[in-house]
Design a binder for this molecule. Structure first.
Ligand code: ZN
Length: 241
């Protein structure tokens, strides 16, 4: 079984289209999304349409909940809050209903997908280091689980009783009982590499790859500026932070 897993698209249609073009060449059986479909970028309608047209099974992120009016804006920093308010003012009721009905956790017998962590998924805690990663892994019922939220891709693995974060692009799962994968962000990278990130999983060969693809950042930036969204949200895309 081959999965393509995306996260944190954040209304960036140029990045999403670049990733979907790559995944269309990979003959994946299933496309999944770890949340934050909207927020930050200027193309919420197009991104939601593209995800639905490609039958992507998504979970709900904190930006999705907030843009649909289901999460307090007190949680957000000023830039994020401005983007949530901008998005909420443009989504049509049917799009908000779609976001609201997304599950917090998606699971089959091979993989689990959640936006923040499996510990109180409705609270959208961040997995930034070993302690929350260990708690998430302890709640994981499948050998592989996939998260987003921090926009920093990599693998949390258990070795000699410790949980370590590996910033590599490929992992042979091999005999490991459980691995927690942060798939990174399609639409707003924060690891210093401005390219879009996505994840390719082959459960037959037990390999997980985090791939990157360039997209026309200047075009996305111009749309953000033209929309009147905060300048910081445009500038950061070129830097990948
Ligand atoms: Zn996000």
């Amino acid at each position: 079984m081959r999965y393509g897993i995306l996260s944190d698209i954040h209304s960036n249609i140029e990045a999403l289209d670049a990733v979907l073009a790559c995944l269309n060449n990979e003959r994946v059986d299933r496309l999944l999304c770890a949340g934050d479909l909207v927020g930050y970028g200027a193309d919420p309608h197009l991104c939601l349409k593209r995800l639905r047209d490609n039958r992507v099974d998504a979970v709900c992120g904190n930006h999705d909940r907030a843009a649909a009016g289901q999460l307090s804006l007190d949680w957000f920093n000023p830039h994020a809050r401005a983007a949530v308010e901008w998005t909420a003012g443009r989504l049509i009721p049917e799009e908000k209903e779609y976001l609201v009905q997304l599950p917090l956790v998606w699971k089959d017998d091979r993989v689990t997908v959640v936006h923040g962590t499996l510990e109180e998924p409705e609270q959208f805690h961040y997995v930034l280091d070993a302690a929350p990663a260990r708690r998430c892994i302890s709640l994981q019922e499948t050998s592989l689980a996939f998260i987003g939220h921090t926009h920093v891709p990599g693998f949390f693995v258990q070795e000699d009783g410790q949980v370590r974060f590996l910033r590599s692009s490929r992992l042979e799962v091999g005999g490991r009982a459980k691995v927690l994968v942060n798939v990174g962000s399609v639409g707003q990278s924060r690891d210093g590499d401005p390219r879009a990130a996505y994840c390719l999983v082959n459960t037959d060969t037990q390999t997980v790859e985090i791939r990157r693809v360039a997209y026309p950042v200047e075009k996305t930036q111009a749309k953000i500026r033209a929309a009147g969204l905060p300048e910081f949200l445009a500038a950061r895309l070129a830097l990948g932070y």
